[in-house]
Design a protein around this ligand. Structure first.
Ligand SMILES: [Zn+2]
Ligand SMILES: [Zn+2]
Length: 1022
């Protein structure tokens, strides 16, 4: 006996039940055992940052990871299932600062670095647990006790090794550069982080300022700036040497293109202005002592906004800084790492850049050099962690040169299979344009850079803990882990001069931590297997992860497949590629699935402050994990996903078709005490008398299996979702509906066929819908047949049974369904209900399916179905003017008239002959209409015509069917069981219906029909 299903599933409740069962029965553990020793399929997890709870956007990526691991498990592949947590760097620091109420680097230092590190570790410990629980709830199967944590000492040591390798190749250098800087976080922002941040629409001042020219009475350059705070650091003004500049009657120089309606007194080329000296806007500041301001040439000066003259402050802008090298300009650095003016800037000293703006404008006004002050709204980069607008600073940072590796990475990327394919080109674009990797952050809880520059000029780079211990001059006893502050207390001896040197204070870019993972977690060049060898340093106690040996690395590197969101092209995909090509000469992955952004269901970004963010726990509770996973999987990953409760209800509504089909099998199977057989899934159902419709459903099932396999192999879940959905529709709306009478009469072959189709469908959809599929599997398969696996996830991937493949039959049935769909369309036009039988249907253009006439007739409730030319139509043809006009020219008029008059001949393949011209199908617009008394519908060469004439016989039968429908509604309302028999009583006035008594009895389970003088029929249990 199957267990009857409720009418509608309670997805969240059902999922919790399944989770509990998986736990109790150790389903995942058994799956891993089952596949141990199979061919390896290597997936490397990009770490999720353990600083917050999961967002629904994370659930998308985690679902995809789980789907493909589950699929490969069904195929018997051995897998690692190692989840990763990213644990250090700005992400974690900023959250901890927030929770502690710290708001600057000073406050962190006052709080104490050791304490701060402890709080960071606590946060990671807390949220790695939250993320683990939420991932389990999503249905993700991972080896949760052995997750990797990037802040472990082993991971740090592997990074040290990488950096030492970079140094040995001469790639590591300290750069004095202008960089985007977050004044709140007090650190530079690298190129890839800049892209990860947001450009926000911000309002800034817009100033036009006079720079009076020296020795040229009352003449001044006019510059335009949106960053007043950079003016005190001005040292030059740049002009476009080839452009023409004009002097107007107010004594102001501008580019002619931007001078407007000026009254021009003189003109000069930019070249002629170069070398002129001018009075700077803030010459009185001590910082400006001795600066000679002059006009320089710069080809990149644009002439589409501003004045064509650009104010240059090399200490406050990237391009400005580059120009200072070319033109040997002084570099004034006006702000400190908190974004405040340093000494030497008089009244502005100690003020933030935005605080100083007003004072600066005031000062310009007082000096009478302010031409115009307004505001401008423009898109401006902000910090990707804290949202603070970025500024430029000139600072010293550590870089890895990328010139030598660029070509190698590009070559390697050419061999990667990217899905969607266009993203491979995005990776190429990034690689072509990537600048040197800025790896240093002036922060606290991060990868300690193992760099010990010595006064003698030698840069010492430590490559391992052992090397550190060997070269340390002290401090080892307090080195509890390789983090700050402890690591800072371990000086070493310089390898050149033997002097004691200290580590730089910088920590590393967090993408180093995540990028080394294909080495540190897989045991690259590790001489022996070290149990819990990745549970070191800060990771101790949080995981049991081993450090494997090099043979293991050889087995699992590179990954067969990785998947992260598209943004990761310049983040994780970039960093793991860079590091892997450096260390091993190879990319760490063979194929990639990437995907776009998650938006709310109306297409807006989700923000907690906008009230449209959906907490993941709420989603689990209200929509359930399967409905979430289905939304993720049916989405084309190259487009943004609109996610929400509306789409989730829609998904659940569609999943109901599957549920009701299963329920149908359960009800009728129970009535017949049907016993399914496990062996029926691997071969044609034994000893069954298959009817054409059964053979069709079994062929349809083989196609489902084959197509879903293609979808999974192509990393294309939308294909799998679509295949499953159309299959379930075919199964429910064709097979079950067409076979109802067989189920009523207890036809075992129909039950067996339906069971096979459902069981196979559950197997192929299991990776997408792990809960619903396993819940139904338990009921329909595991508990119903001897020898069946107790979970669909242990059942393996179904084999296509070759004897059941029948493409011709599928094609025919596809055609039959098209005819039926058109027939329904024609019926809908006519307004005659389906229950009213009609005499005749003519089908043109599908002669190959004449053998299915009876099925078509049944479906459309038509007595006779004929195949042949439809004469019941009027064909109206008009010229398709955009195509035919140019082709025919003057001939168009006569052709049009001939078409209107119906003077044309129909040729093969939809061509027409008219007025001596032969027209192709796309050159005309064809419309077919039914003649009086017919309803006609057609598409793509297929036409059906329904004869609408009724006679008393047809009308009586129509009424009989109406009665059957009504009585079955009454049965349901009365709460009768499927098998309950009834006595039906009809009003005397309707006794003519007794002419159809047998049919009425058969379809309502009436044992007899009586009549009385009531107004309406009634029923009673027999
Ligand atoms: Zn910031
Ligand atoms: Zn030295």
């Amino acid at each position: 006996m199957f267990t009857p299903l409720p009418n509608v599933p309670d997805h969240p409740a059902l999922e919790l039940e399944v989770l509990e069962r998986w736990e109790r029965e150790q389903t995942f553990v058994r799956l891993r055992e089952q596949n141990r020793g199979g061919t390896p399929w290597s997936f490397i997890d990009g770490p999720i940052t353990a600083n917050n709870a999961m967002g629904v956007h994370h659930a998308w990526g985690r679902t995809l990871k789980d789907v493909f691991q589950r699929y490969h498990a069904l195929r018997g592949f051995d897998q690692r299932y190692q989840n990763g947590f990213d644990c250090q760097g700005l992400w974690v620091e900023v959250e901890v600062e927030r929770s502690l109420g710290l708001n600057s680097k000073h406050e962190i230092e006052d709080y104490g670095l050791a304490e701060f590190a402890a709080r960071c570790r606590e946060r990671v410990a807390e949220y790695s647990k939250v993320l683990t629980d939420q991932s389990k709830r999503l249905g993700m199967w991972m080896d949760w006790d052995n997750s990797y944590f990037t802040f472990g000492d082993t991971n740090i040591e592997y990074n040290w090794r990488f950096l030492k390798e970079c140094h040995s190749r001469g790639w590591l250098y300290k750069g004095h550069r202008s960089t985007e800087w977050c004044p709140r976080c007090g650190t530079s922002i690298s190129q890839h982080e800049l892209f990860a941040g947001e450009y926000k629409e911000l309002e800034h001042p817009s100033l036009f300022v006079r720079f009076p020219l020296k020795g040229r009475n009352d003449e001044a350059l006019v510059v335009w700036t949106t960053t007043p705070w950079t003016l005190p650091a001005n040292v030059a003004a740049a002009v476009q040497p080839d452009a023409e500049y004009v002097l107007d009657d107010r004594g102001e120089w501008r580019a002619r293109e931007l001078a407007g309606e000026a009254n021009v007194l003189a003109s000069a080329s930019g070249e002629e202005l170069v070398g002129l000296e001018y009075e700077g806007p803030f010459d009185g500041l001590p910082a400006q002592d001795g600066v000679v301001h002059r006009v320089i040439a710069w080809d990149d000066v644009v002439l589409d906004e501003g004045t064509g003259i650009v104010h240059i402050a090399p200490g406050a802008g990237a391009e400005d800084f580059e120009l200072s090298r070319v033109h040997d300009l002084p570099v004034l650095t006006p702000i400190d790492e908190a974004g405040c003016f340093v000494t030497g800037y008089g009244p502005f000293e100690g003020l933030r850049t935005d605080e100083a703006a007003e004072l600066i404008v005031e000062a310009l006004r007082e000096r009478e050099i302010l031409v115009e002050a307004g505001t401008i709204a423009h898109r401006y980069p902000t910090c990707w962690r804290c949202g603070t607008p970025l500024v430029f600073r000139v600072v010293d940072d550590w870089f890895i040169a990328c010139g030598e590796i660029r070509g190698q990475m590009l070559d390697a990327n050419a061999a990667v299979e990217w899905t969607p394919a266009q993203y491979g080109k995005r990776m190429d674009d990034w690689l072509r344009n990537m600048g040197d990797w800025n790896i240093s952050r002036k922060r606290y809880f991060g990868l300690p850079l193992p760099l010990y520059p010595c006064a003698c000029g030698r840069l010492n780079v430590i490559g391992s803990r052992a090397e550190l211990e060997e070269r340390a001059t002290g401090g080892l006893e307090q080195l509890q882990e390789l983090h700050r502050p402890w690591i800072d207390e371990v000086p070493i001896r310089c390898e050149s001069c033997n002097e004691e040197v200290r580590r730089v204070t910088e920590v590393g870019d967090a993408w180093l931590d995540a990028g080394i993972v294909p080495f540190s977690t897989l045991g690259w060049e590790s001489p022996a297997w070290v149990e819990h060898g990745n549970a070191t340093g800060a990771a101790a106690g949080l995981t049991g992860a081993d450090l494997p040996d090099h043979a293991y690395w050889e087995t699992w590197f590179p990954a067969d497949w990785v998947s992260e969101m598209r943004e990761q092209i310049r983040l994780w995909f970039y960093s793991i590629s860079f590091m892997a090509v450096t260390l091993s000469g190879r990319l760490p992955y063979r194929s990639v699935l990437t995907y776009e952004k998650l938006l709310d269901e109306h297409g807006r970004e989700m923000h907690r402050s906008w009230g449209n963010a959906i907490p993941v726990d709420e989603a689990f509770e209200r929509m359930g994990a399967d409905a979430m996973r289905w939304q993720f999987c049916e989405q084309n990953p190259s487009q943004n996903l609109r996610f929400g409760y509306g789409p989730a209800s829609e998904v659940k509504r569609r999943l109901l078709t599957l549920w009701h089909s299963a329920s149908f099998l359960i009800e009728y199977g129970n009535v017949e005490e049907f016993r399914p057989r496990w062996d029926d899934l691997a071969a044609p159902p034994a000893s069954a008398e298959l009817q054409p419709l059964d053979r069709w459903l079994l062929a349809r099932t083989q196609r489902l299996v084959a197509r879903c396999e293609e979808g999974y192999e192509e990393s294309w879940t939308p294909k799998v979702a679509r295949e499953v959905e159309t299959f379930v529709d075919d199964l429910s709306n064709w097979y079950i509906r067409r076979s109802r009478s067989r189920f009523w009469s207890g036809d075992e072959t129909a039950l067996r066929t339906l069971w096979v189709a459902l069981a196979q469908a559950l197997r192929v959809m299991a990776p997408l819908l792990p809960f619903l599929s396993d819940h139904l599997w338990r009921n329909l398969v595991a508990e119903a047949c001897e020898g069946a696996p107790d979970s669909v996830h242990l059942a393996g991937w179904p084999e296509v049974v070759d004897e059941l493949v029948d493409d011709a039959l599928l094609a025919d049935m596809g055609e039959v369904r098209r005819v039926v769909a058109l027939g329904h369309q024609a019926r809908a036009q006519s307004g005659i209900k389906l229950r009213q039988p009609l005499r005749r249907l003519v089908v043109q253009g599908a002669d190959g399916i004449a053998g299915h006439a009876r099925e078509i007739g049944d479906e459309l409730n038509v007595k006779d179905v004929e195949f042949g030319p439809v004469e019941a139509t009027e064909l109206r043809v008009k010229p398709n003017l955009p195509i035919l006009g140019p082709k025919l020219g003057k001939e168009l008029g006569p052709v049009r008239s001939a078409l209107e008059a119906g003077e044309f001949e129909e040729l093969e393949g939809g061509r027409l002959r008219v007025n001596g011209h032969e027209l192709a199908p796309e050159e005309v617009l064809v419309e077919r209409r039914g003649k009086e008394g017919w309803a006609v519908a057609g598409e793509d060469g297929l036409t059906v015509a329904l004869d609408l004439a009724l006679d008393p016989e047809l009308e009586l039968e129509g009424r009989a069917r109406e009665l059957i429908h009504r009585v079955n509604g009454m049965r349901k309302d009365a709460g009768l069981e499927l098998t309950d028999r009834i006595v039906l009583t009809l009003p005397e006035a309707e006794s003519d219906l007794l002419g159809h008594a047998d049919r009425i009895k058969g379809e309502t389970l009436a044992v007899r029909i009586e009549t009385d003088d009531a107004d309406a029929p009634s029923i009673a249990r027999a």
